[in-house]
Ligand binder design. Structure first.
Ligand SMILES: [Ca+2]
Ligand SMILES: [Ca+2]
Length: 247
């Protein structure tokens, strides 16, 4: 019983660490390239290909789209390449048009130019997610935007790798294109170090002690000013009692 509660408290601490692990976002390509140390793979979508729902490119990325096909594009509806003479696009205009960029091996850094989002003058959002959940419907931009606009979207996940990125347009109309994809798996030093499993267990036992004292009415954490650490203890106490008991 004690061990179960301790593990439950440790899980609360582990969850807290993950909640703090938000990827670092970059507002421009130069900053992103500096962050990854100038070493990254690059995909300009210049290779010859036939429009299809899913297409593999020479850099190792596979691009899939939720409606109709990924198509090559040379300046169509304001979708203008930002590198070379070709971009990829879909102009089906379907609701929740979603592009997925999948990688042959895990990465932790991603950057791309998004072309011509949100120019049909209706409300909408451009949202991003990683397959690991480190990004979950992250808001890149809101519609409306001007015809032919280019939005840079780049981030580095400092705590975990991922193998795909999904970009979704809720606007429900218009074309959407991409060019100048850059990606890398770079060494990172987390901003918030995660405690080791053993340390988590120790903290869990400490949290359990507080819970027991609280139940006995000696100390009531809720009546005190809540520092961040106390809030974790309170969260742990609220989790521990719901575990099944061994009789
Ligand atoms: Ca290109
Ligand atoms: Ca357009």
């Amino acid at each position: 019983m004690i061990l179960r509660n301790a593990l439950a408290v440790a899980m609360v601490f582990a969850g807290l660490g993950q909640a703090q692990a938000t990827p670092v976002m970059y507002g421009d390509r130069a900053s992103w390239e500096a962050a990854v140390g100038g070493s990254f793979a690059f995909e300009s979508f210049e290779s010859a290909f036939v429009a299809a729902p899913s297409i593999g490119f020479p850099s190792g990325v596979t691009v899939s789209v939720s409606a109709a096909n990924v198509a090559a594009n040379v300046s169509l509806f304001g979708v203008n390449p930002t590198d070379g003479v070709q971009a990829i696009q879909n102009s089906a205009g379907s609701a929740n048009l979603t592009f997925t960029f999948a990688f042959a091996s895990p990465i932790n850094a991603f950057a791309i130019d998004i072309l011509d989002f949100g120019d049909i003058q209706v409300p909408g959002e451009l949202l991003a997610a990683t397959n690991t959940g480190s990004l979950l419907d992250y808001l890149i931009a809101s519609a409306p935007q001007a015809n032919g606009n280019v939005i840079f979207f780049g981030f580095v996940d400092t705590l975990a790798t991922f193998s795909s990125v999904r970009i979704r347009n809720t606007e429900g109309g218009g074309a959407l294109g991409f060019d100048s994809l850059a990606f890398a798996n770079v060494p990172t030093s987390p901003n918030v170090p995660e405690p080791s499993t053993l340390a988590l267990l120790g903290l869990g036992l400490a949290g359990l002690g507080v819970c027991r004292r609280k139940r006995e009415g000696i100390v009531c954490i809720r009546n005190r000013q809540h520092t961040p650490l106390r809030r974790v203890f309170v969260a742990a106490c609220s989790v521990a009692p719901v575990l099944p008991r061994r009789h």
